[in-house]
Design a binder for this molecule. Structure first.
Ligand SMILES: NC(=O)c1ccc[n+]([C@@H]2O[C@H](COP(=O)([O-])OP(=O)(O)OC[C@H]3O[C@@H](n4cnc5c(N)ncnc54)[C@H](OP(=O)(O)O)[C@@H]3O)[C@@H](O)[C@H]2O)c1
Length: 368
């Protein structure tokens, strides 16, 4: 029997009266044991309500961009589907109760892999997917927010995910800007038809949120947020908090850069179809400053017996306006390391020390 709970600290009671969310598909003789684990997890994995919805999300959500696999413009190099399915199952074992995906991740493949992982599960996790990005036979991508296109997209997503309803359906990018009202109205219709439970958006500004709110309520915003990308702190977090809009942030480890597992050599040797090669955070002059930051963060993680990946996620979750962080993983060991951080509350001392390091990094970049 595996040892399941060693990486968790008991800090939160979780959602009372909720049925165990996930029962692993292990052998029958282990079911009794799994029931106990579900109950234990339920008590320790912190959950927060998403805005004004009735969705209670674990503070860590499972991100599935990288598991979409290689051979498209924003790929992460080759990926083994079996490992992806194991990673998803492990995430659910660990008390994560929701998965974020999108049709564009692997041009349909991420949704297919999620669908495969969910097959046969009696109690499915909450599923968040998106619309608005399309691809063609040459595997080129484009944006479209027209009603007709969204109606086709949802049918394809439901089929790939093997579900009857999408819990959270999000506009992936507000592009083209002039069509966001049309897209939002179409998604509101899908809610009425029962194909979507809640509607959310991603990468929207405050102005864009204000334009769509009169059409239908916005359940959530999905923006980027990490130690290296702090744009949401300016006005979006405050606005969402005032408006009761849930916030689920993406790339909290800056696509793996803030994990302590990168160095210049690894960046140089990333597979040809790993889009991070073109990402400015992974290129000079930023790369050296970012790797330096990671080294400096170790002075904090070593004191707390944590890893840099865990610190990066706990740092974003310190903001009370956040519902959760979407944490990407492409194998079980990665999510094992990061899932345990959902309940870690950073001390004021640690936050001040991190902010000082972030200021120092910024100064170095301003000079370069
Ligand atoms: N709405 C949007 O526009 C948008 C944009 C971006 C992301 N998202 C969503 O947010 C999710 C999370 O963001 P993300 O995947 O971009 O970035 P992330 O969560 O910051 O980083 C995930 C990557 O870090 C590496 N990693 C994960 N755990 C690790 C560990 N314990 N040790 C070492 N490396 C580890 C893995 O890549 P390697 O092993 O290859 O290094 C993994 O794919 C996505 O999967 C997606 O669902 C949405």
């Amino acid at each position: 029997m595996r040892n399941y709970d060693t990486s968790f600290s008991v800090l939160s009671k979780g959602v009372e009266g909720e049925k165990p969310y996930f029962r692993s598909k292990r052998g029958a003789m282990e079911h009794e044991e799994w029931d106990k684990i579900d109950l234990a997890r339920r008590r320790i994995m912190q959950r927060r309500k998403l805005g004004r919805t009735d969705l209670n999300l674990s503070t860590i959500g499972m991100g599935t961009w990288a598991i979409g696999g290689g051979n498209w413009k924003f790929a992460w190099g080759p990926q083994d589907d079996r490992e992806s399915v194991f990673a998803i199952h492990r995430a659910l074992d660990l008390g994560i109760n929701w998965i974020d995906t999108a049709p564009i991740y692997g041009l349909g493949h991420s949704e297919e892999v999620v669908g495969k992982a969910l097959k046969g599960l009696k109690e499915k996790p909450i599923i968040a997917t998106k619309c608005g990005l399309l691809w063609d036979r040459e595997r080129s991508t484009s944006s479209c927010l027209k009603k007709k296109s969204i109606l086709c997209e949802i049918e394809a997503s439901l089929k790939r995910l093997r579900v009857d309803v999408i819990d959270l359906y999000q506009i992936h990018w507000p592009r083209p800007d002039e069509d966001i009202e049309e897209a939002w109205g179409s998604i509101a219709d899908l809610v009425k038809k029962g194909k979507v439970r809640y509607a959310g958006v991603s990468n929207f500004s405050v102005e864009q949120l204000k334009r769509i709110q009169p059409i239908h309520s916005v359940a959530s915003l999905q923006p980027p947020y990490s130690m290296l990308e702090r744009g949401v702190e300016d006005e979006l977090l405050k606005y969402c908090s005032e408006e009761g809009i849930g916030v689920i942030v993406y790339s909290p480890m800056q696509k793996g850069l803030l994990t302590g597992k990168f160095n210049a050599e690894r960046v140089k040797n990333l597979p040809k179809d790993d889009h991070r090669r073109e990402d400015s955070h992974f290129q000079e002059p930023e790369l050296s400053a970012n790797l330096r930051l990671v080294e400096d963060l170790r002075s904090i993680t070593e004191k707390r017996d944590k890893t840099v990946a865990q610190l990066a996620i706990a740092w974003v979750l310190r903001r009370p306006e956040l519902t959760a962080a979407i944490v990407g993983a492409r194998r079980p060991s990665q999510i094992e390391e990061t899932a345990s951080v959902g309940d870690w509350v950073l001390s004021g001392e640690d936050i001040r020390a991190i902010n000082k390091l972030l200021d120092e990094r910024q100064k170095v970049l301003n000079l370069s």
